[in-house]
Structures are given as C-alpha cells and as structure tokens.
Design a protein around this ligand. Structure first.
Ligand SMILES: C[S@@+](CC[C@H](N)C(=O)[O-])C[C@H]1O[C@@H](n2cnc3c(N)ncnc32)[C@H](O)[C@@H]1O
Length: 201
C-alpha cells in the first residue's frame, strides 16, 4: 500500500477514535529531522497505532538506512500498529516491544542515534536516563508535547536544556485535542560547554 494512502487511513482512524497521534504538521518536521540525522537506530516511546512510526520508518526507507525500535504499553494498540506497518511494507525496518517503556528501555543497547518520546509526559525523563549511556555522540532527541506537557516533563526539559543544545519548536495543528503545541529538539553532539578554556584568574 502507498505510504500516502496508509497515512491517510491511520490519520482518519486516530481522529475517529481520538487516538492522540502526532498530526501531520509535526510529523512532517519529524521526518525532516530523520533525514537530517541519518540515524542507524531510532528509538520511539509511544507507538499507539503506528502513525508516527510510519513517518519515521518511511523516512528511513527513503534514506536507505536505519531501523526503528518502538515501545507501547497497550497490547491492542501495538497489534494494530503491527498491521499498519505490514500494510505499508515497512515492518522489516521496525521492531516492536509491548510493555512499560520505563522498564523496557533499560534493555536498549544502542548506539541510539535518534530518540523520539511520545508516551506519557512524565516518562520522558526516566526513559532518557535509561538510554542516556547508549546515545551516540551525535544523537538527536525529539520530545512531543513540550508545550502542553511542560509541567509534567519539567525534569526532562530541564535536563536537556542544561546539557544539550536544545530548543522548542511550536506548531499549529488541526488536531481537535491539541491545536497548538511544541516539540523539544535536542542535539546531544552540541552539548553545552564553557565558551572558553582560559583559566579564570
Ligand atoms: C500520544 S500516544 C503516541 C502517539 C504516536 N507516537 C503517534 O504519533 O502515532 C501515547 C502512547 O503512549 C503509550 N504509553 C503511555 N505510557 C507508556 C509507557 N509507560 N510505556 C509505553 N507506552 C506508553 C500510550 O498507550 C499511547 O498509545
């Protein structure tokens, strides 16, 4: 099935059932970032029924490299995502894990080149801590809902802004549940260092 057709179907299904997916505006930006990062390994927290995973994996297919490991708590949603990945002919690029990402991401070995967080605002920080040691030196992190979820993910935002080159990008969307929101985009390779190595006297 063509990517555009499956995306249109999954988009409509998410809206019908209020499965809170990323939405086209942010997904297009996410795909652009995938193209920029050229990752060997992408880790996603929050598969839902596969909308964002389809965008990520399609970007990897277009790049001709990379694979996606994605985590979802809800087995029904994960099974549905699996069907959607298969119908899009992208399942060979994707490994799904069902379970609580706060525990499951501890098993990720890496190196992780791209981390996409979209599964429970308060889970972002523990999931980052779980994979932190396995991030590649030039890894990119993208966290959805950095606008509406800022309070619940304050520990995550504080950490990435203190340690990495990190900024929020705002989007207007046509999602009824989330018309205006941000993604936090963080570049691990551009970690914040003192501007000068000169000793202070
Ligand atoms: C906003 S939806 C993800 C949307 C998806 N990224 C997309 O754009 O298509 C959040 C998903 O995270 C899952 N989730 C919540 N807590 C989780 C956890 N601790 N571990 C794994 N998945 C979790 C929920 O079941 C839900 O399906």
């Amino acid at each position: 099935m063509r990517f555009e057709d499956i995306i249109a179907e999954v988009d409509a299904e998410c809206r019908r059932r209020e499965v809170r997916m990323l939405g086209k505006e942010k997904a297009v930006r996410l795909a652009e970032l995938i193209k920029e990062a050229k990752p060997g390994l992408v880790v996603e927290v929050g598969t839902a029924i596969g909308y964002s995973g389809l965008w990520i994996a399609n970007g990897l297919r277009e790049l001709g490299r990379g694979r996606l490991i994605t985590f979802e708590l809800d087995p029904g949603r994960a099974a549905e995502a699996g069907q959607n990945f298969k119908r899009a002919g992208l399942d060979h690029l994707i490994t799904q894990h069902v379970g609580d990402a706060r525990q499951e991401t501890r098993k990720v070995v890496g190196p992780v080149d791209f981390l996409f967080l979209d599964g429970g605002f308060e889970n972002y920080y523990p999931c980052l801590m779980n994979v932190r040691e396995h991030l590649s030196p030039t890894a990119m992190l993208v966290a959805d809902n950095a606008g509406i979820g800022a309070a619940e993910m304050a520990d995550y935002l504080d950490y990435v802004r203190r340690n990495y080159d990190s900024h929020s990008e705002w989007f207007e969307t046509d999602l009824s549940w989330n018309p205006k929101d941000a993604m936090e985009i963080s570049y691990v390779g551009a970690s914040k260092r003192p501007k000068s190595d000169k000793p202070i006297s």
